[in-house]
Ligand binder design. Structure first.
Ligand code: HEM
Length: 203
C-alpha cells in the first residue's frame, strides 16, 4: 500500500486540505454567528481591552487556515485531476466530478480572495488602531467592508462545501442541481443568521 505514491499523496493532500478547511470555516462561523452578538454586549473600553488579544489571535488562524486550504486545494486539484486523468469523460467533454470541483474551487477561491484582500487588510488597520489606543479614522467604513465580505463568505460556504464532497459522493452535475444547491445552501445560512442573536437569550 505504501508504495502506491498517487493514492498516498492524494490522501495526504486531502487530509491537510480538510484540516486547514475546518480551521478556516470554523472561525468564519465564530466571526459570523458567535462574535457579533457577543461584541454587542461589550462597551467601548472593554472592546479595546479584549479585541486586540482575542481577535488578533483568531484572525491569525483564520487567514492562515484560508491560505493552506487554498494551496492544498489547488495542489489536490492539479494533482488528482491531471495525474488521475479525471478532467474528461471517456466519451469526451468535461466529467461531472470536474464540473463540481471547479464550481467548488471557484467559490472557495473567491472566499480566499475576500479573506486576504478585503477582510484581513481592513481588520489589521482596525486592530492596529485599537492597540495604539487611537481608533483608525476610517474604522467604521473598514468594519462595514470586512463584515460584508465575511457575510458573503458565510453564504458561499454552504454551496462550496456541497461541491467539495459531490465529486466523490454525488457525481451527476446539472443546472437544476446547481440552482437547488445554491438555494438550499443560502437558505440554511440565512436560518443560522436568524438563530445567532437568540442563542444565549432563549436557549
Ligand atoms: C479554496 C479553494 C478550494 C479548492 C481549490 C479546493 C479543492 C479541492 C479538491 C480538488 C478536492 C478533491 C475533490 C475530489 O475528490 O475529486 C477537494 C476536496 C475537499 N475539499 Fe476542497 N477546495 C477548496 C476549498 C475548500 C474549503 C474551504 C473546504 C472547507 C472545509 C474544503 C473541503 C473539502 C473536503 C471536505 C474535501 C473532500 C471531499 C471528499 O473526500 O469527498 N475545500 N477540495
Amino acid at each position: 500500500m505504501l508504495d502506491d505514491v498517487y493514492t498516498n499523496l492524494n490522501y495526504f493532500l486531502r487530509w491537510l486540505h480538510i484540516l486547514a478547511g475546518i480551521t478556516w470555516i470554523g472561525l468564519l462561523y465564530f466571526f459570523n454567528f458567535v462574535n457579533p452578538p457577543f461584541q454587542a454586549s461589550l462597551d467601548g473600553e472593554l472592546k479595546s481591552k479584549i479585541n486586540p488579544a482575542l481577535l488578533g489571535r483568531a484572525l491569525f488562524w483564520f487567514r492562515w487556515g484560508a491560505m493552506f486550504t487554498f494551496l492544498m486545494g489547488l495542489t489536490l486539484l492539479l494533482y488528482k485531476y491531471t495525474v488521475g486523468e479525471l478532467w474528461t469523460r471517456a466519451e469526451g467533454g468535461m466529467s461531472d466530478r470536474a464540473m463540481w470541483i471547479l464550481f467548488g474551487a471557484l467559490l472557495g477561491s473567491t472566499m480566499w480572495f475576500n479573506v486576504w484582500f478585503i477582510i484581513w487588510p481592513a481588520q489589521k488597520k482596525i486592530l492596529g488602531g485599537l492597540k495604539a489606543g487611537q481608533p483608525h479614522p476610517d474604522a467604521a467604513a473598514l468594519a462595514k467592508r470586512a463584515t460584508a465580505a465575511s457575510k458573503m463568505n458565510t453564504y458561499l460556504s454552504a454551496p462550496m462545501l456541497f461541491a467539495m464532497i459531490a465529486p466523490t459522493h454525488y457525481g451527476t452535475m446539472s443546472v437544476t442541481m446547481l440552482v437547488l444547491v445554491l438555494a438550499v445552501g443560502f437558505g440554511m445560512i440565512k436560518f443560522l443568521y436568524s438563530l445567532a442573536p437568540k442563542v444565549g437569550q432563549t436557549f
